[in-house]
Design a protein. Structure first.
Length: 301
């Protein structure tokens, strides 16, 4: 089983206001509500690609119940820890002349809830895969990522980490199976600006030297770079297409990589191409990538 963890899931309320004016009554011309969160996106795309996963995390109130209901509609199995107080956050993403976002805080997560999450994770074996991604709400310990990887290191569970800065660098000593920063996040870690695939490669290798087994760097329109534990050094430009919505593209790349890796019995080249195709497919669509869309882009390689 593939398990994804979303610490602070949301309902994403996506709206378009054609001519937004501050201080006045504005009306939407488009509305959509989606379950949000990086791990949730990974689970949805995995399901779209034909792979089962269990979505773990924390949920509260009527919004938490709605997140679970919508996930089930996508065919994803939600197994959230139910919190007694507060409600899961609502994130507003407004498209107008400029795009703006207002993200909610989310509910308070207690020590008892954290213990309940670990109890669920304790059922994992070395045959499972764990994906943890995204930021940590301020009600969780700042070392939550480290606690998870340290706890399951002896089980040799392949762990995928998609996080930024210290959240990422502090877990490298636990040798995660795959990490996936983008080129901007990679540059922030080392205090440099990275624009081209060639510039990315030496810094991706530095993350590998720090402990990561496999390093996948997403670069939006510039494509991606992959450095494998076997010494493979793969790079590719992005498939051609019109970017409609970049939200979830990086998460889709993670899902596509895992799907390709499993389907090709561990072949990293196939995993890389499928990851890049899935990320681009989501960017070219209002919704997250589907199997048909990914297979169409795979033909372009």
């Amino acid at each position: 089983m593939i398990y994804t963890v979303t610490f602070n899931p949301s309902l994403d309320y996506i709206i378009r206001v054609d001519d937004f004016r501050i201080g006045e009554v504005n009306r939407t011309s488009y509305e959509k509500i989606l379950p949000g969160g990086k791990g949730i996106n990974v689970s949805i795309v995995l399901k779209n690609l034909g792979h089962e996963s269990t979505a773990l995390g924390f949920a509260a109130g009527f919004t938490g119940r709605e997140i679970e209901r919508r996930l089930a509609e996508y065919g994803v199995k939600p197994d959230f820890i139910s919190l007694e107080e507060g409600f899961s956050r609502i994130n507003v993403k407004m498209k107008s002349k400029e795009e703006s976002e207002i993200n909610g805080q989310g509910p308070k997560i207690t020590e008892a809830a954290i213990a309940a999450l670990f109890e669920k994770l304790d059922a994992m074996t070395g045959d499972d895969i764990l994906v943890i991604s995204g930021s940590i709400p301020n009600t969780l310990p700042s070392d939550m990522y480290e606690r998870i990887l340290a706890r399951y290191q002896e089980k040799k569970i392949p762990v995928v980490v998609d996080a930024t800065r210290d959240l990422l660098t502090k877990v490298l000593k636990f040798h995660p199976f795959l990490i996936k920063p983008n080129n901007h996040e990679l540059g922030e870690i080392f205090g440099v600006e990275l624009r081209t695939r060639e510039e990315v490669i030496p810094y991706a290798k530095k993350l590998q030297e720090m402990g990561a087994r496999n390093v996948l760097i997403s670069m939006a329109g510039e494509g991606a770079v992959f450095i494998s534990e076997k010494g493979d050094e793969l790079r590719s430009e992005a498939p051609k297409g019109k970017v409609v919505n970049s939200v979830g593209a990086g998460d889709s790349m993670v899902a596509g990589f895992l799907a390709g890796y499993l389907e090709a019995s561990g072949d990293y080249r196939t995993a890389f191409r499928m990851g890049l195709s899935a990320g681009s497919s989501s960017a070219f669509s209002e919704e997250l990538a589907t199997r048909k869309e990914v297979e169409e882009l795979l033909k372009t390689f």
